[in-house]
Design a protein around this ligand. Structure first.
Ligand SMILES: [Ca+2]
Ligand SMILES: [Ca+2]
Ligand SMILES: [Ca+2]
Ligand SMILES: [Ca+2]
Length: 368
C-alpha cells in the first residue's frame, strides 16, 4: 500500500459562510461503560467503537446533506481494517430508501461509509429536497424534508467499530474531509427546498488509540503472571471488558484459547516471562482445565497425588479453583520453593505437569 495515498488532501480554504456545522469524532475501547473520548487505550485484537456527531451552530433550519471521510494516519504501526458504520437515528430521513446515500451491492444503504484500506469514505447522505418522490424505490421516497436536524446539540451521524491490530503503539483515526448543506428555507409541500452550503469544522476530529499487547491485560508494558491472574479471575467473574477476548459476548474456550495463545506467544515489543516453552504448554493446558472446571472448582481431597496444601492457598480452602491455580503459577514463575510439588528441591516443568495431572483427575468440588 502506498502510504502517501492515505494522507488526506488539504481542503481548499473555504470562503466564510453564514452556516456552520461542527463535527466530532470520539471513541471508546472495550469498556463500553467508559465515556467517549479523544484518547483511548485498548488491548490488541479488541474492538474499538467510534462515534461521529454533528451539530449545527447557527440559526438555519437544520442539515439537508452531510458527507464525512474518516482516515487513518499512514504511519501506523499496522494497517487498520475499517468496517461500515451504522447511521444515527436522527438521520433516518437521509438514508435510503427515504433519502439519498450510496447503496451497497445488495442495495442496502451505504450511509455508514465505504470501508477501504485507508479509511471509511462518504459516511452520510442527504434528504430529498426535490419536492417529489424518486421513481426509483431504492432512495428518495420521503418528499417532506425534516427540519431542525442537528440544531438541538450533538446528533450522532453514524457510529461503528473496528478491531485493532495486535501490534502495540499509537494509532490515529481522524475526520479527513467533510461537506454539509443546510435547508435554505422552510419546506413547502410539493415545492423543492433550496439548500445552502455550510462550513464544516471539527475541533475534536481526531482520536488517538494506544494499543497494548493483547495479553498485557493490566497494560503495564510487561507480560507476566499478573496478566494470567487477571484473566482467570475476570473470566470466572464473566467480565467482558477483560476476558471476552473475542468480543462475542460469550465466555468460553475460544476466549481462553485466544488469551493463553497470545500470552504464550508474547508480543514482539513487550518483555516476556521467564518460562520455558514446555512450561508454557503445560500452564496453557492447566488454564484451560481450570476454566472448564468453572467457578465451582475442584475437590482438594481428590488431588491426593500431590501435596495439595501447596496449591490450595486461597480461600475457600478444601476447594482448588482458578484463584489457587493463578497464585500457584505466580509462585511457579518465581521458582519459589513452595511450588515444588515433587519435593525434589527444584521447581521445574515436572511440578507443573504433576499439578496438571492432579487437576485432570480431580473431582468437582461439592456445592454446599
Ligand atoms: Ca502486564
Ligand atoms: Ca468470547
Ligand atoms: Ca482454595
Ligand atoms: Ca519439583
Amino acid at each position: 500500500m502506498n502510504r502517501t495515498s492515505c494522507i488526506a488532501l488539504l481542503a481548499a480554504a473555504s470562503v466564510a459562510q453564514a452556516q456552520h456545522v461542527d463535527l466530532s469524532l470520539l471513541a471508546v475501547g472495550s469498556d463500553l461503560n467508559e465515556p467517549l473520548a479523544s484518547s483511548v487505550e485498548i488491548n490488541g485484537g479488541r474492538r474499538l467503537t467510534w462515534e461521529l456527531s454533528a451539530s449545527v451552530t447557527d440559526s438555519s433550519l437544520g442539515l439537508a446533506f452531510i458527507a464525512v471521510d474518516l482516515g487513518a494516519d499512514g504511519a501506523h504501526p499496522a494497517p487498520l481494517t475499517f468496517e461500515q458504520g451504522v447511521g444515527g437515528a436522527d438521520f433516518a430521513s437521509f438514508e435510503p430508501p427515504l433519502g439519498f446515500a450510496r447503496l451497497n451491492q445488495d442495495d442496502t444503504s451505504a450511509f455508514g461509509g465505504d470501508a477501504g484500506e485507508c479509511g471509511l469514505r462518504d459516511i452520510g447522505g442527504g434528504q430529498n429536497t426535490a419536492g417529489l418522490a424518486s421513481t426509483d424505490l431504492r432512495f428518495g421516497q420521503t418528499i417532506d424534508p425534516e427540519t431542525d436536524v442537528g440544531l438541538s446539540g450533538w446528533a450522532t451521524v453514524a457510529d461503528g467499530s473496528l478491531v485493532m491490530p495486535d501490534i502495540t503503539g499509537d494509532y490515529v483515526i481522524r475526520i479527513d474531509r467533510a461537506g454539509a448543506t443546510v435547508l435554505g428555507s422552510t419546506p413547502i409541500e410539493d415545492f423543492a427546498t433550496p439548500v445552502r452550503k455550510a462550513e464544516t469544522a471539527w475541533a475534536a476530529g481526531e482520536v488517538t488509540i494506544t494499543v497494548y499487547c493483547s495479553a498485557d491485560l493490566d497494560r503495564n508494558g510487561l507480560l507476566d503472571l499478573a496478566d494470567i491472574t487477571m484473566f482467570v479471575e475476570q473470566f470466572l467473574a464473566m467480565n467482558p471488558v477483560v476476558s471476552d477476548v473475542n468480543d462475542d459476548e460469550l465466555f468460553d474456550l475460544a476466549d481462553i484459547t485466544a488469551f493463553v495463545g497470545a500470552f504464550v506467544s508474547g508480543c514482539p515489543s513487550v518483555p516476556g516471562h521467564a518460562l520455558t516453552q514446555e512450561e508454557q504448554d503445560v500452564l496453557e493446558q492447566l488454564a484451560q482445565q481450570m476454566a472448564q472446571a468453572g467457578s465451582g472448582g475442584l475437590s482438594a481431597a481428590s488431588m491426593s497425588s500431590i501435596n495439595v496444601s501447596l496449591v490450595d492457598t486461597v480461600e475457600p480452602f478444601g476447594v482448588v479453583n482458578a484463584a489457587d491455580i493463578a497464585a500457584y503459577i505466580e509462585r511457579f514463575a518465581a521458582r519459589s520453593p513452595d511450588a515444588d510439588l515433587t519435593a525434589n528441591s527444584t521447581v521445574d516443568v515436572q511440578d507443573a505437569q504433576a499439578l496438571l495431572n492432579a487437576v485432570e483427575n480431580a473431582d468437582a468440588a461439592q456445592t454446599p
